[in-house]
Design a protein around this ligand. Structure first.
Ligand code: IMP
Ligand code: MG
Length: 185
């Protein structure tokens, strides 16, 4: 097997910093949702959010249910297509008692989360908020701010901790900047 570390330019967020960030976000969610009416549903966006979602839910003390959706906005590689397609919908018919907190790995153009927020409100969710581990605010193409943001990062293509390039690097325990030579051929 090839050694993936050769493809990393540098580590942007190490394991310790990620862990601290996840605990801080969990604390804010606990505080904001503990007295709320209805249930809290963490809605992970596949596949990038799975590592963050797993760590985040362990740190929460408020009771949660979980669900997943899968969408595509990336045209493949490192470029976004600008359109959001639902590939797997939320597996719940009645959302009227559900406070949905969408859990994302990273916000880039903002299209995925702004689209999903509207979509879930139209489906009748009691409330819809968004949570992302990483945010690239310089890349925004639509007017959208996530409710909970872990770490703001510069406009670099990153991988690890769930994030991929071409389905690779998701299992790395840190967030790293991918060498440009890997995708600029
Ligand atoms: P948005 O709709 O443009 O905000 O795109 C968000 C999605 O693009 C994320 O869920 C990721 O799947 C993907 N994405 C954006 N930036 C990166 C990156 O730097 N590395 C890996 N995936 C990314
Ligand atoms: Mg994603």
């Amino acid at each position: 097997m090839t050694d993936l570390s050769n493809d990393i330019d540098r580590i942007l967020v190490d394991e310790k910093s990620i862990d601290k960030t996840v605990r801080e976000i969990a604390g804010m969610i606990d505080r904001d949702y503990s007295a709320m009416d209805g249930k809290l549903v963490l809605l992970g966006i596949l596949k990038g959010s799975v590592v963050f979602m797993g760590e985040l839910m362990k740190r929460l003390t408020v009771p949660v249910e979980i669900d997943f959706m899968k969408v595509s906005s990336y045209a493949g590689g490192t470029k976004t297509s600008g359109r959001v397609n639902i590939i797997l919908d939320i597996q719940r018919a009645d959302l009227s008692d559900s406070n949905i907190l969408i859990v994302e790995d990273i916000v880039d153009s903002g299209r995925t989360l702004s689209y999903l927020t509207e979509y879930l409100k139209l489906k009748g969710a009691k409330s819809v908020k968004t949570c992302t581990l990483l945010d690239k605010p310089d890349r925004r193409e639509v007017d959208f701010e996530p409710d909970y943001v872990g770490i703001k990062i510069p406009d670099e293509f990153v991988i690890g901790y769930g994030l991929d390039y071409d389905e690779k690097y998701r299992a790395l325990p840190f967030v790293g900047i991918l060498k440009r030579s890997v995708y600029e051929k």
